[in-house]
Design a binder for this molecule. Structure first.
Ligand code: MOS
Length: 748
């Protein structure tokens, strides 16, 4: 089914935040950032203020006072508020905001702002885990021990005990980051920006700008507590997003825009540069996972231990949840997982697609491959021997789990069974390798509300305040409402970016379609029931008194006859029928544990002379419950798999210990996969009925495509080269050094 926003997007009429700058004719604000951190700074804007077109410059000297925020997303706002004093905590920190009539004038003025660095230390910044270990204490964050049974070591047992690392990497979304901020005379703030959770952003901004308690509570709670005339003083209008994947969960750029608008006393559009996005938006920090697996000779796991090291920036509270899923994938009697975190002298780490799982499953699924090799058992077979039919953490039956079907379908599509007998080397000497890995993502359902209205013309409207960041939720929601109402999909319109509508669920954690789809489906079913009841008691209707009336393609059908929905509504004096529903309960109250599962298979070609790795084919087989819109879900999963290729081979940002800033903070030097890197990608959707969890039967599929993909590639590289690389990205030097040790250069 075609995306409801497809035409608007391809014809350029869909508005992104940066489009609103010219549309609304606002002043432009840009950030001035510090070249280094761990110092004090003196910001002198006197000369810059005199330049033409400059409207305001916010510096630590004149910035309005801000208030500490809860910042549930873990962003730096919980520990560091912008422009409140002369302390520079990290390089790339915002130290001034320049507002001018145009972007160019703002840029010219920004260059004229005088920065004087004071009290700089002479020591190098601590920018990676290795240095952190030597110079800073790591803190233990959490420890979980599951079902620990003392099982001793037996003869024939095999142990894998290795350390796997992943490099820091930045988002680099196509869209840079633009925010329109406007204050009105009554002190009301309106923000237009790509956002993933408008409710949270509104609360954070209300806290930061010191608004009253009624504004700093979630809308529903505020009403319950008697703020009955609750009129939120922060309005968030989400725009379309040119890439999001977690980075728009951070509110720092919203606060900067609001600050600039306050100082300017007129609306502004804050525009971030590509470089700004490296330090003013979240990124994935470096990780290191020590994994110990012990298995019996038959392949059955008896021990799984993980010691996980994550990194935080100098501000903020976000910690990559590296252990996510590690205790859920395999049935193992002993599980011990420990998290440690080190604070580095860098900007704050934060949300990036498949948090925890993307680096953590690289480690676990690489270790599983090493175990298979050590046991001399097929990697798929090892996983099947440890298959968890029930959720290992609760012992309860999964709401649905079709991972075995994913293994089978993925293996068939890559030619897994025949790979040993097939071609293993090209005529030019490049070697062919195969690898696989499992994938997992918890099925998150968040509370969300929606109103559905059946209109006199036979069309329907869905009103819910949600964020559409390109994942296709709006289309899925329209389809679900249409299905529940018995109307064609084209008859449903979704009004999503109006903050006065019932608050929908956040767009993160792969939970958008299930959470909002469930609320919309329930509201639509209520509307249908109310409508059919009205028809049933309508003496002039052919369906009067009928028990079984169905709505199909806009027609009401029963034993009494057929009549169009429009005619039936006309007889009710054209009154629309409107119902609201709220759905979503915490995982805690779930009847069944629920998760999406999958398996990734890859084929790579490895050149032993140059060390070049080329991923030739990736197959991902995923079981994500009921599939509402197959083309969109396929696109989402293939995109995740391609990101996995980037994680495996390319993506790495390098911090400079002298400045504490990122060296390759532009698209010329921060590598991401291009079209030429893209392999043949095949996505297999294994359909399931997940109605044991939610009547819609949907599971989230937004992020699982990235999970395990890098491990599948690294495992294939081992298969082709014989070199086990445990640190991502896999670079030529890691492959060539061990090979050259084995190459006899030969006599003179
Ligand atoms: Mo995503 S990292 O769950 O926004």
């Amino acid at each position: 089914m075609q995306r409801v926003d497809a035409v608007a997007k391809v014809t350029g009429t869909a508005l992104y935040a940066a489009d609103l700058v010219s549309a609304e004719g606002t002043d432009v604000a840009i950030a001035v950032t510090a070249a280094r951190g761990r110092c004090r700074i003196d910001v002198d804007a006197t000369a810059a203020m005199r330049l033409p077109g400059v409207r305001a410059i916010v510096t630590p000297r004149n910035a309005p006072r801000l208030h500490r925020a809860t910042a549930l997303g873990g962003s730096e706002l919980s520990t560091l508020l912008p422009l409140q004093d002369d302390l520079v905590v990290y390089a790339g920190q915002c130290v001034a905001l320049v507002v001018a009539e145009t972007l160019l004038r703002a840029q010219v003025a920004a260059a004229a702002v005088q920065l004087r660095y004071l009290e700089e230390g002479t020591d190098l910044a601590v920018v990676d885990l290795e240095q952190a270990e030597a110079r800073l204490p790591k803190t233990k964050r959490a420890e979980s021990v599951e079902r620990r049974e003392e099982i001793g070591r037996a003869t024939g047992d095999v142990v894998v005990d290795q350390v796997y690392g992943t490099a820091p990497a930045h988002h680099n979304a196509l869209e840079l980051g633009a925010v329109i901020a406007a204050w009105d005379e009554s002190g009301r703030l309106t923000i237009k920006a790509p956002i993933q959770w408008t409710e949270m952003a509104a609360l954070t901004l209300a806290q930061v700008f010191g608004m009253g308690i009624g504004d700093t509570l979630p809308g529903t709670l505020a009403r319950v507590m008697g703020f009955s005339s609750h009129q939120r003083r922060v309005q968030i209008v989400p725009t379309y997003a040119g890439g999001s994947f977690g980075r728009n969960n951070s509110e720092l750029f919203l606060v900067l825009a609001a600050l600039a608008a306050k100082a300017n006393r007129r609306p502004v559009a804050l525009q971030l540069s590509r470089r700004d996005t490296f330090t003013l938006m979240p990124y994935r920090g470096e990780t290191r996972s020590r994994i110990l697996l012990m298995a019996r000779a038959d392949g059955s796991l008896v021990d799984l231990q993980a010691k996980l090291d994550a990194t935080m920036g100098a501000a903020g509270s976000f910690v990559e949840p590296l252990g996510k899923g590690m205790a859920s994938l395999y049935d193992c009697p002993n599980v011990h997982i420990e998290h440690h975190v080190a604070r580095l002298d860098l900007n704050a780490t934060g949300w990036m697609r498949a948090p925890g799982l993307a680096p953590g499953m690289f480690a676990l699924e690489s270790a599983m491959d090493e175990l298979a090799v050590a046991l001399n058992i097929d990697p798929v077979e090892v996983r099947i021997r440890n298959y968890a039919d029930t959720d290992p953490q609760t012992g309860r039956k999964w709401s649905s789990k079709s991972l075995k079907d994913c293994y089978t379908a993925g293996a068939a599509a890559i030619g897994w069974g025949e790979r040993r007998a097939g071609v293993r080397e090209y005529p030019d000497g490049r070697r062919i390798g195969y690898g696989m890995a499992g994938a997992f993502h918890p099925n998150n359902q968040f509370p969300g509300s929606a109103r559905v209205t059946l209109l006199p013309d036979g069309s329907a409207e869905v009103d819910t305040a949600i964020a559409e960041i390109g994942q296709g939720s709006l289309t899925a929601i329209a389809a679900l409402a249409a299905e529940a109402l018995g109307l064609p999909t084209g008859a449903v319109s979704v009004r999503w970016n109006d903050p006065s509508h019932p608050p929908g669920a956040p767009t993160f954690g792969s939970g958008g379609t299930l959470s909002n789809g469930s609320a919309v489906t329930h509201a639509a079913r209520k509307v249908r029931r109310a409508f059919l009841e009205a028809v049933r008691v309508d003496r002039l209707s052919p369906h009067h008194g009928q028990r079984d009336i169905v709505i199909r393609d806009g027609l009401l059908v029963s034993a009494g006859g057929t009549e169009s929905v429009v005619d039936a509504i006309k007889r009710r004096a054209g009154r629309p029928i409107s119902c609201k529903a709220t759905r979503g309960r915490a995982a805690f109250f779930r009847r069944r544990p629920s998760a999406a599962f999958g398996a990734v298979f890859t084929r790579v070609a490895f050149d032993p002379v140059t060390g070049e790795v080329r991923v030739e084919k990736m197959v991902g087989a995923y079981a994500c419950g009921r599939v509402v819109n197959p083309p969109v879900l396929r696109g989402q999963l293939a995109g995740g798999m391609l990101w996995g290729l980037g994680q495996a081979l390319l993506e790495q940002t390098h911090p400079d210990p002298r400045s504490g800033n990122w060296i390759n903070r532009d698209l010329a030097e921060a590598l991401v996969p291009t079209h030429a890197d893209a392999p043949e990608i095949e996505v297999i959707l294994v359909e399931e009925d997940d109605s044991a969890n939610d009547p819609t039967g949907i599971k989230g599929g937004g992020e699982i495509g990235l999970v395990g993909a890098a491990a599948a590639i690294a495992n294939a590289i081992f298969d082709a080269s014989g070199v086990r690389v445990r640190n991502l990205p896999v670079r030529l030097d890691a492959l060539l050094t061990p090979l050259s040790d084995n190459i006899d250069i030969g006599g003179s």
